[in-house]
Ligand binder design. Structure first.
Ligand code: RRO
Length: 312
């Protein structure tokens, strides 16, 4: 039973990996992902320079997931670009994901120019959906802005690129974002980032759960799975077939992975639950997904990817 997948002509021996932000900020974190059974890794979203992020406490465990307002703490683009290029030399033929999240169009273009001019030949995941930088809106909710960003990027960028999107909640928004994305030579889209600007209240202390932004933060984990599946499915039905879908959100077990793939995901990413379990989660998820596939008589994921049934 194979868990292999392919995106943009690159193959991966396992369709599961970490989600950006979780246990991928340091070289030590990334080394652990390389040593694991994950099919690839994505780096913590980078800005041009190192950032400390928001004040703590900035993440809290919840009964059904997590809330965070990390505020883009990262070691700066050069740190991650050096790492992925080194890895490319050490393990030729493997593809990984370098995440970038400029807080302005200028920063995104400057970083992508640097990547374009480098030796790096892996995937870039352009994060258009960070909900947690005070004063900076989520680009993915401003459709004209998404169009402007991609128009500027593809004027010079020729390497494989995908975008990380926020969750959408209206079918008209699926139509509108897909119409824009379909105009560009994107390799993949990744849905979803956390459900932004939620509020968790502790009735005991009568206080919010995290310090930044008065307690407002992004929700991940089990409670976001139906929203994540809707976004994966909604985009799978609307995007041109050359654009692969990376499914992220609410994956705790092999059944969740199976559901994301049924909805159209070619690769899945695990955030909150990977944070809780560490790299051994990839062994557990692989054996759980294999068991489901074996029961159903599937020998590879393409036999059921995107084949979700509806009534009528
Ligand atoms: O660092 C963060 O606060 C963060 C980012 Br960049 C993101 O894209 N999604 C998220 O939940 N947190």
């Amino acid at each position: 039973t194979s868990l292999a997948t392919s995106i943009g002509g690159r193959t991966f021996d396992n369709c599961m990996m970490n989600a950006a932000g979780i246990r991928c900020q340091s070289k030590k974190d990334l080394d652990a992902l390389i040593a694991s059974n994950a099919g690839a890794y994505v780096t913590k979203s980078a800005t041009p320079e190192k950032r400390a992020g928001n004040p703590s406490p900035r993440m809290q465990t919840l009964p059904h997931g997590s809330i965070n307002s990390m505020g883009l703490p990262n070691n700066g683009l050069e740190y991650y670009l050096d790492y992925v290029i080194d890895d490319q030399h050490n393990r030729p033929g493997t593809t990984n994901f370098l995440s970038v999240a400029g807080t302005s169009l200028e920063d995104n273009l400057a970083m992508l120019h640097e990547i374009q001019d480098s030796e790096y030949d892996g995937f870039v995941e352009l994060n258009l959906s960070c909900p947690n930088v005070p004063g900076k809106p989520q680009v993915g909710y401003d459709f004209d802005r998404v169009n402007t960003v991609l128009d500027q990027v593809f004027k010079f960028y020729t390497k494989p690129l995908g975008v990380k999107l926020p969750p959408y909640f209206d079918l008209v928004h699926f139509d509108q974002i897909a119409e824009i994305l379909n105009q560009y030579p994107l390799t993949f889209v990744n849905s979803i980032n956390s459900i932004g600007n939620a509020l968790v209240v502790d009735p005991q202390t009568e206080r919010v759960a995290i310090r930044p932004k008065g307690g407002f933060g992004g929700i991940g984990g089990a409670s976001v799975k139906p929203t994540a599946l809707a976004n994966v499915r909604g985009l799978a039905l609307r995007l041109k077939p050359e654009i692969a879908i990376v499914g992220t959100g609410g994956i705790l077990n092999g059944v969740d992975v199976f559901e994301h793939i049924l909805c159209g995901a070619s690769m899945v990413q695990i955030g909150t639950q990977f944070g809780y379990e560490g790299t051994k989660i990839f062994d557990r998820l692989a054996s759980e997904l294999r068991e489901i596939m074996n029961q159903k008589g599937y020998t590879n994921i393409n036999q059921f990817r995107g084949k979700l049934k509806t009534f009528d």
